[in-house]
Design a protein around this ligand. Sequence first.
Ligand SMILES: Cc1cc2nc3c(=O)[nH]c(=O)nc-3n(C[C@H](O)[C@H](O)[C@H](O)COP(=O)(O)O)c2cc1C
Length: 190
Amino acid sequence: MLYIPVILGSVRRGRLSARAAYFIIERMRQTRRIQPELLDLLEYEFPMLEERLRFRDDPPPLVGEFSEKLSRADSLVIVTPEYNNSFPGVLKNCLDYFKPEYRRKPIGIVTVSSADFGGVNCLAQLRLVTLAMGAFPIPASLPIPKAAERLREDGAPLDPLLEQRAQSFLDELIWFTEAIVAKKALDLSR
Ligand SMILES: Cc1cc2nc3c(=O)[nH]c(=O)nc-3n(C[C@H](O)[C@H](O)[C@H](O)COP(=O)(O)O)c2cc1C
Protein backbone atom coordinates (compact mmCIF):
# COMPACT_ATOMS: atom_id res chain seq x y z
CA MET A 1 0.00 0.00 0.00
CA LEU A 2 1.22 3.48 -0.84
CA TYR A 3 0.86 5.99 1.98
CA ILE A 4 -0.23 9.29 0.42
CA PRO A 5 -1.36 12.15 2.68
CA VAL A 6 -3.64 14.82 1.25
CA ILE A 7 -2.89 18.37 2.42
CA LEU A 8 -6.03 20.50 2.44
CA GLY A 9 -4.73 24.00 1.81
CA SER A 10 -7.79 26.12 2.52
CA VAL A 11 -9.02 27.16 5.96
CA ARG A 12 -11.57 29.66 4.63
CA ARG A 13 -15.06 29.64 6.15
CA GLY A 14 -17.34 27.64 3.86
CA ARG A 15 -14.33 26.39 1.89
CA LEU A 16 -15.09 24.43 -1.28
CA SER A 17 -11.66 22.81 -1.28
CA ALA A 18 -12.77 20.49 1.54
CA ARG A 19 -15.22 18.92 -0.94
CA ALA A 20 -12.36 18.30 -3.37
CA ALA A 21 -10.22 16.76 -0.62
CA TYR A 22 -13.01 14.41 0.51
CA PHE A 23 -13.65 13.50 -3.13
CA ILE A 24 -10.05 12.66 -4.01
CA ILE A 25 -9.53 10.75 -0.74
CA GLU A 26 -12.52 8.54 -1.53
CA ARG A 27 -11.20 7.91 -5.04
CA MET A 28 -7.76 7.08 -3.61
CA ARG A 29 -9.33 4.53 -1.27
CA GLN A 30 -11.21 2.97 -4.14
CA THR A 31 -7.96 2.22 -5.97
CA ARG A 32 -7.12 -0.22 -3.12
CA ARG A 33 -3.47 0.65 -3.71
CA ILE A 34 -3.38 3.83 -1.67
CA GLN A 35 -3.75 4.50 2.03
CA PRO A 36 -4.72 8.20 2.05
CA GLU A 37 -4.82 10.49 5.07
CA LEU A 38 -6.32 13.96 5.30
CA LEU A 39 -3.95 16.62 6.68
CA ASP A 40 -6.32 19.54 7.25
CA LEU A 41 -4.54 22.84 7.92
CA LEU A 42 -7.57 23.98 9.91
CA GLU A 43 -6.78 21.26 12.46
CA TYR A 44 -3.01 21.81 12.52
CA GLU A 45 -3.13 25.61 12.96
CA PHE A 46 0.50 26.28 12.01
CA PRO A 47 1.78 29.47 13.68
CA MET A 48 3.31 32.07 11.35
CA LEU A 49 6.73 30.70 10.51
CA GLU A 50 9.48 32.04 12.78
CA GLU A 51 11.95 29.35 11.69
CA ARG A 52 11.91 26.03 9.87
CA LEU A 53 11.21 22.97 11.98
CA ARG A 54 14.69 21.47 11.65
CA PHE A 55 16.28 24.61 13.13
CA ARG A 56 13.99 24.81 16.15
CA ASP A 57 14.40 23.15 19.52
CA ASP A 58 10.90 24.31 20.54
CA PRO A 59 8.67 22.97 17.77
CA PRO A 60 5.12 24.32 17.81
CA PRO A 61 2.43 21.80 18.81
CA LEU A 62 1.47 19.26 16.10
CA VAL A 63 4.18 20.42 13.69
CA GLY A 64 6.33 17.44 14.67
CA GLU A 65 3.41 15.12 14.01
CA PHE A 66 2.88 16.71 10.59
CA SER A 67 6.58 16.28 9.84
CA GLU A 68 6.46 12.60 10.76
CA LYS A 69 3.54 12.02 8.38
CA LEU A 70 5.31 13.85 5.55
CA SER A 71 8.47 11.81 6.17
CA ARG A 72 6.53 8.53 6.00
CA ALA A 73 4.67 9.60 2.85
CA ASP A 74 5.50 7.86 -0.43
CA SER A 75 4.13 10.88 -2.27
CA LEU A 76 1.75 13.75 -1.56
CA VAL A 77 -1.46 15.28 -2.84
CA ILE A 78 -2.04 18.98 -2.27
CA VAL A 79 -5.56 20.36 -2.64
CA THR A 80 -5.49 24.12 -3.04
CA PRO A 81 -7.84 26.91 -4.04
CA GLU A 82 -6.73 29.76 -6.26
CA TYR A 83 -6.46 33.09 -4.44
CA ASN A 84 -5.31 36.11 -6.46
CA ASN A 85 -3.72 33.91 -9.13
CA SER A 86 -1.79 31.93 -6.53
CA PHE A 87 -2.35 29.54 -3.65
CA PRO A 88 -3.26 30.62 -0.08
CA GLY A 89 -0.66 32.05 2.26
CA VAL A 90 -1.71 29.56 4.91
CA LEU A 91 -0.56 26.74 2.64
CA LYS A 92 2.79 28.37 1.86
CA ASN A 93 3.34 29.00 5.58
CA CYS A 94 2.85 25.29 6.24
CA LEU A 95 5.00 24.05 3.33
CA ASP A 96 7.90 26.31 4.35
CA TYR A 97 8.29 24.57 7.72
CA PHE A 98 9.75 21.44 6.11
CA LYS A 99 12.36 20.36 3.58
CA PRO A 100 14.01 16.93 4.07
CA GLU A 101 10.53 15.45 4.51
CA TYR A 102 9.74 16.14 0.82
CA ARG A 103 12.95 14.83 -0.74
CA ARG A 104 12.40 13.24 -4.16
CA LYS A 105 8.67 12.77 -3.60
CA PRO A 106 6.10 13.07 -6.38
CA ILE A 107 3.42 15.65 -5.72
CA GLY A 108 -0.05 15.61 -7.29
CA ILE A 109 -1.90 18.91 -7.26
CA VAL A 110 -5.68 19.39 -7.17
CA THR A 111 -6.83 22.97 -7.72
CA VAL A 112 -10.21 24.42 -6.83
CA SER A 113 -11.88 27.54 -8.11
CA SER A 114 -15.37 28.97 -8.20
CA ALA A 115 -14.66 30.36 -11.68
CA ASP A 116 -14.31 28.71 -15.11
CA PHE A 117 -10.54 28.36 -15.15
CA GLY A 118 -10.05 25.83 -12.38
CA GLY A 119 -6.97 27.38 -10.81
CA VAL A 120 -4.38 27.13 -13.60
CA ASN A 121 -2.39 30.05 -12.23
CA CYS A 122 -2.08 28.63 -8.73
CA LEU A 123 -1.17 25.26 -10.29
CA ALA A 124 1.78 26.84 -12.12
CA GLN A 125 2.94 28.66 -9.01
CA LEU A 126 2.65 25.67 -6.71
CA ARG A 127 4.53 23.48 -9.19
CA LEU A 128 7.44 25.92 -9.04
CA VAL A 129 7.39 25.83 -5.25
CA THR A 130 7.44 22.01 -5.13
CA LEU A 131 10.74 22.03 -7.05
CA ALA A 132 12.33 24.28 -4.42
CA MET A 133 11.03 21.85 -1.80
CA GLY A 134 13.20 19.12 -3.37
CA ALA A 135 10.13 17.29 -4.62
CA PHE A 136 8.59 17.26 -8.09
CA PRO A 137 5.13 17.84 -9.52
CA ILE A 138 3.68 15.02 -11.58
CA PRO A 139 2.69 16.10 -15.12
CA ALA A 140 -0.99 15.33 -14.50
CA SER A 141 -3.14 17.66 -12.44
CA LEU A 142 -6.76 17.82 -11.40
CA PRO A 143 -8.26 21.29 -11.82
CA ILE A 144 -11.81 21.59 -10.50
CA PRO A 145 -13.50 24.74 -11.82
CA LYS A 146 -16.96 25.70 -10.52
CA ALA A 147 -16.43 23.28 -7.67
CA ALA A 148 -19.83 23.95 -6.05
CA GLU A 149 -21.55 22.62 -9.18
CA ARG A 150 -19.37 19.52 -9.40
CA LEU A 151 -19.13 18.29 -5.82
CA ARG A 152 -21.54 17.91 -2.93
CA GLU A 153 -20.51 19.03 0.56
CA ASP A 154 -19.43 15.50 1.49
CA GLY A 155 -17.32 15.25 -1.69
CA ALA A 156 -19.76 13.11 -3.67
CA PRO A 157 -19.26 13.95 -7.37
CA LEU A 158 -22.05 15.45 -9.46
CA ASP A 159 -20.08 15.25 -12.72
CA PRO A 160 -19.07 11.88 -14.28
CA LEU A 161 -16.31 13.59 -16.27
CA LEU A 162 -14.67 14.67 -13.03
CA GLU A 163 -14.57 11.03 -11.93
CA GLN A 164 -12.80 10.05 -15.16
CA ARG A 165 -10.30 12.88 -14.82
CA ALA A 166 -9.64 11.93 -11.20
CA GLN A 167 -8.92 8.35 -12.30
CA SER A 168 -6.35 9.49 -14.90
CA PHE A 169 -4.76 11.79 -12.32
CA LEU A 170 -4.48 8.97 -9.77
CA ASP A 171 -3.13 6.51 -12.38
CA GLU A 172 -0.28 8.96 -13.02
CA LEU A 173 0.30 9.58 -9.34
CA ILE A 174 0.48 5.85 -8.64
CA TRP A 175 2.89 5.33 -11.56
CA PHE A 176 5.35 7.95 -10.35
CA THR A 177 4.99 6.95 -6.71
CA GLU A 178 5.65 3.27 -7.42
CA ALA A 179 8.65 4.16 -9.57
CA ILE A 180 10.19 6.27 -6.81
CA VAL A 181 9.37 3.74 -4.08
CA ALA A 182 11.05 0.98 -6.14
CA LYS A 183 14.16 3.09 -6.72
CA LYS A 184 14.44 3.97 -3.02
CA ALA A 185 14.12 0.27 -2.12
CA LEU A 186 16.84 -0.58 -4.64
CA ASP A 187 19.16 2.06 -3.17
CA LEU A 188 18.58 0.66 0.33
CA SER A 189 19.36 -2.90 -0.78
CA ARG A 190 22.75 -1.94 -2.24
C1 LIG B 1 -8.90 35.93 -1.44
C2 LIG B 1 -9.50 35.24 -2.62
C3 LIG B 1 -8.95 35.44 -3.88
C4 LIG B 1 -9.46 34.77 -4.99
N1 LIG B 1 -8.84 34.87 -6.20
C5 LIG B 1 -9.21 34.08 -7.22
C6 LIG B 1 -8.46 34.03 -8.43
O1 LIG B 1 -7.46 34.69 -8.58
N2 LIG B 1 -8.87 33.20 -9.42
C7 LIG B 1 -9.99 32.43 -9.28
O2 LIG B 1 -10.31 31.68 -10.21
N3 LIG B 1 -10.73 32.45 -8.15
C8 LIG B 1 -10.36 33.25 -7.12
N4 LIG B 1 -11.07 33.26 -5.95
C9 LIG B 1 -12.29 32.44 -5.88
C10 LIG B 1 -11.92 31.10 -5.27
O3 LIG B 1 -11.31 30.28 -6.22
C11 LIG B 1 -13.17 30.42 -4.74
O4 LIG B 1 -13.69 31.25 -3.71
C12 LIG B 1 -12.89 29.06 -4.18
O5 LIG B 1 -14.08 28.57 -3.64
C13 LIG B 1 -11.84 29.15 -3.11
O6 LIG B 1 -11.61 27.92 -2.49
P1 LIG B 1 -12.06 27.71 -0.99
O7 LIG B 1 -13.57 27.78 -1.02
O8 LIG B 1 -11.57 26.36 -0.63
O9 LIG B 1 -11.47 28.80 -0.16
C14 LIG B 1 -10.60 33.93 -4.84
C15 LIG B 1 -11.17 33.78 -3.56
C16 LIG B 1 -10.62 34.40 -2.46
C17 LIG B 1 -11.21 34.14 -1.09
